[in-house]
Structure formats: structure tokens, C-alpha cells
Design a binder for this molecule. Structure first.
Ligand code: PLP
Length: 464
């Protein structure tokens, strides 16, 4: 399988090359040059497969012969062996053909484990084969950091440095990062905010001369194609359990950087009968405004109870726009430099394609808490604030009550206790494997809000 940049300005790459990088050199994101398509009969034949076996079917065409099947199978099996639920992705009913797909049974209690457990192992496998080492550098305001550290701590060919804003992440989130142990994991608390962390990471990727000659930086945020790829699988898994592919299924997805919902869109294009795809946002609603009204104007960032969706511009949206503009990289490149600022809408016939594929809703904090409380009262299920936004958006957008509507539950409620107590409920407990989190020893270094402070740290701490 070959991959191309959404901005059309650089040569095609294979899976391995795309895995070992971040943005394409022209500033675009890598997408496959063609999508595999599965027939209904083929999808039907997967009904009895275990989650790892299903994953093999869905991802194999994207990797081709670059990784031998048996090796890939081992990587996938080991990755999902770390999950605490026999179904890996657990489907729960709310009644009325409404479902919640619990994606938080991985080691760090958020859906990001589905991809990052695999990514750490894939990287190590490919790097061993090439006898190479890399440095992962990433910034996080929460869930990505812990999932990436947890996914890479056994990857002895990877040194991972995760930046978080000092004193600006929740206690649970900080503890989940700073208690990960390993001689290749480094937590840096930057004396600045999340944007400062992101700016530093971006600048470091742009000039990697501070690294030893045989090293390069790898990205673990959702611009990395392998993350999107692993998220396609659970759409197939949920649909098969609800009577697909004979029957259509709809999905509602709490959305931040548009990685998770983009994976659902790909599943649909690959042949899975999906009816509605609902983009659920919080007050940071640029995607909702665009899908509903062709209004893509960037506003101020609002802080909400669902911090993993507090994002001004969603990086993966570019991957979808590439399709809307028929794979015309030059047009996408031009649009992306102005979109949200000088250009705030797309031509009507393009926008109609967008609104034909996605429905959307924006849910405020007050409603989020109401949904958490009412779902708990009616069903006993405790939703985290991101998942509650998904459920509310699903209800607002649902067109046909006979079609199963699945909301992706992206995090365990214990990660976001503030919203739960604001909803008038008791603060939820951490699951057993993390119950001693607050007693574990923390390891992190405070560094100045400065590119060179960070790159010097990486240079001196990356293993020889
Ligand atoms: C990362 C995250 C999201 C947003 O996912 P995207 O792929 O960035 O759209 C939603 N909810 C939770 C809990 C997350 O950690």
C-alpha cells in the first residue's frame, strides 16, 4: 500500500515510512492512495472472529507484505492482551436501540490505548528490523500522553519524551503519565500552557539537528496514520455485533482532532453499511458550525468539562477535506493556509458533500452534566463527560429509531471526576489496576518554556 500527502507536494511512501514520521515534508498528512473495499459477504464471514482476528482482516490491506502476517498477528494479540475486558471493545445497551461502545478498558482508560498499544509495538518491530532507534516527542493536555507512554515503555528502540503544561493538567492525568516507569520514558513539565508545549514540539520537528545523526523524531499524535488505522476496527466490531452488515448501524463520536470519527468515515467507505455518522462537539464547535452551516470561522478556545475535545482546529479534518476536493493536493494546500481565517466556507457543492456524510451537534457543559445524571438515573450507567456529549448529540441527530445508534464512550468516568461531581453524583473510583495510582511515585522534570531547554533535555537524556 502506498501513501500520499494531502498537499500533493512530496513523493509517495510505504507504510513503514509513514509510521516512522509525523507530518509529510510539505506540511500535509499521509493518506492511503486507495482504500480497500470489502464485500458484504466478506464482512459477514468475520462475525465469529475475536477482536484481534478481526483487526487483522481490517488492517492487513493497509500494510500489505511489509510485515509478515504471523509477526503482525503477534503484535496485535499482545496489544489487546493488555485490555481488561474480554470483548476489548464492550457494547452496552441504553434501551431503544441506543448503545454505548466502551472503548476505555485499556491500560490508561481512554480509547487512545486501542491505537497506541499497537503503535509502540509496531515501532519497535520495524526499528529492530532496520537496526535503528528513534525519539518520540509529543505534547499532551491529557489522554494522549499517558497512552503513548504506556504503549512505548517496553519499546527498547524508542526514547519517548512527553511534554505537559506544568500544573495545568488534572491530578489523575498527571499521575497517569508521571508514574509510568522505564529507562526510556521522560515526562517534561513545561512552565507554560498547552499551546506553548505544542509550539515547542512543532519547532523541534521542523529542525531536528539537535538529535544524533542516526536519530529522527516520530509523532504519536493522531496525525500518525497508524493511529487512525487501528481505530477503524471497532466500527466493524460493533456493527457485526448489532446485526451488520445486513443491517445498517449509526455512530456518534465525541470529536476533538477528528481522528476517531475519520476512522468511522473510512469504515463506511470500505464497505461497512453505516447510516449516520454524528460529529459530537462541546462549546468548541467549529466542526458543528461547518457541518451544519458551512461556517468555518475560528473562535476563542473555551475550557470545558470535556478537555480532550477543547480544540480550536482539528488536525485530521484535512484528511477528509482531501476527499471533498477529489484528492487535489494543490487546492487543499492553498485552502489550509487560509482556512478559518481569510476563508471561512467552501463552495456550496463541496459543502453539500460534507453535510451529506456527517450530522453534528454542539453540547454545552450544563447539558453534559444533565445527561450524565439522567443516564445514570435511568440505566445505572455512569458516562464520562465526553461520552455524555456523544449520547446527547446522537439523540439530537437521530433520524430513524429502528437503526441502532452507537455512541463511542471514549474515556472511563474516573478520569474526569469534576464533571461527575458537578452532575451531583459521587466521584467515581478508579478501576482496580489503577486503584493505587495516588500512592505511586512520580517522575518528571520541570523545564523552562523554551525550545532549547527542551531540545537540550532530549539531547542529554536520549540513550546512546
Ligand atoms: C482524544 C479524545 C477525544 C477526541 O478524539 P479525536 O480523535 O481527537 O477526535 C475524545 N474523547 C476523549 C476522552 C479523548 O481522549
Amino acid at each position: 500500500m502506498k501513501y500520499e500527502s494531502t498537499r500533493g507536494g512530496c513523493p509517495q511512501q510505504n507504510f513503514e515510512q509513514v509510521l516512522l514520521t509525523g507530518l509529510a515534508p510539505d506540511g500535509g498528512l499521509y493518506v492511503p492512495t486507495e482504500l480497500p473495499h470489502f464485500s458484504l459477504e466478506e464482512i459477514e464471514s468475520w462475525r465469529e472472529l475475536s477482536y484481534p482476528e478481526l483487526a487483522m482482516k481490517v488492517i492487513a490491506p493497509f500494510i500489505g507484505d511489509e510485515i509478515p502476517t504471523q509477526d503482525l498477528r503477534e503484535i496485535i494479540e499482545q496489544s489487546y492482551a493488555a485490555f481488561n475486558h474480554p470483548d476489548i471493545a464492550a457494547l452496552e445497551s441504553l434501551g431503544n436501540e441506543e448503545y454505548v461502545l466502551e472503548l476505555f478498558h485499556g491500560p490508561t482508560l481512554a480509547f487512545k490505548d486501542f491505537a497506541l498499544q499497537v503503535l509502540g509495538r509496531l515501532l519497535n518491530y520495524v526499528l529492530s528490523k532496520r537496526d535503528q532507534r528513534v525519539v518520540i516527542l509529543g505534547a499532551t493536555s491529557g489522554d494522549t500522553g499517558s497512552a503513548a507512554l504506556e504503549g512505548c515503555r517496553h519499546s527498547d528502540r524508542v526514547d519517548i519524551f512527553i511534554l505537559h503544561p506544568h500544573n495545568r493538567v488534572s491530578d489523575v492525568q498527571r499521575k497517569q503519565m508521571t508514574t509510568v516507569t522505564g529507562n526510556n520514558v521522560f515526562n517534561l513539565a513545561v512552565e507554560g500552557n498547552f499551546d506553548d508545549c505544542q509550539r515547542i514540539v512543532k519547532a523541534a520537528f521542523a529542525d531536528q539537528s539537535f538529535l544524533a545523526e542516526d536519530r529522527q523524531l516520530v509523532a504519536v499524535n493522531s496525525i500518525n496514520w497508524a493511529r487512525i488505522l487501528m481505530q477503524i476496527v471497532y466500527y466493524f466490531s460493533a456493527a457485526l455485533r448489532l446485526g451488520g452488515p445486513e443491517r445498517k448501524v449509526s455512530f456518534s463520536v465525541p470529536t476533538g482532532n477528528f481522528g476517531d470519527i475519520y476512522a468511522g468515515y473510512l469504515a463506511k467507505r470500505m464497505g461497512l453499511p453505516i447510516d449516520q455518522l454524528v460529529v459530537a462537539t462541546n462549546k468548541n464547535d467549529i466542526l458543528h458550525r461547518f457541518i451544519a452551516h458551512n461556517d468555518y470561522s475560528v473562535s476563542e478556545l473555551a475550557k470545558t468539562y470535556s478537555p480532550s475535545m477543547d480544540i480550536l482546529v482539528s488536525s485530521n479534518f484535512e484528511r477528509f477535506l482531501f476527499d471533498v476536493f477529489d484528492g487535489d493536493g494543490a487546492t487543499v494546500a492553498d485552502l489550509m493556509t487560509k482556512f478559518g481565517k481569510d476563508i471561512r466556507s467552501v463552495p456550496n457543492e463541496r459543502w453539500q458533500r460534507v453535510s451529506a456524510i456527517f450530522d453534528s451537534a454542539a453540547v454545552d457543559d450544563e447539558t453534559t452534566c444533565e445527561v450524565i445524571a439522567s443516564v445514570k438515573a435511568q440505566t445505572g450507567m455512569l458516562l464520562d463527560p465526553h461520552s455524555a456529549i456523544g449520547v446527547e448529540a446522537a439523540r439530537r441527530c437521530r433520524r430513524d429509531d429502528s437503526v441502532p445508534m452507537v455512541t463511542l464512550a471514549t474515556a472511563h468516568p474516573a478520569k474526569f471526576g469534576d464533571a461527575i461531581t458537578a452532575a451531583g453524583l459521587a466521584s467515581p473510583e478508579l478501576p482496580e489496576h489503577l486503584s493505587d495510582l495516588f500512592e505511586r511515585e512520580e517522575n518528571f522534570s520541570v523545564v523552562a518554556n523554551d525550545l532549547y531547554a527542551v531540545t537540550d533535555y532530549v539531547k542529554t537524556h536520549a540513550r546512546r
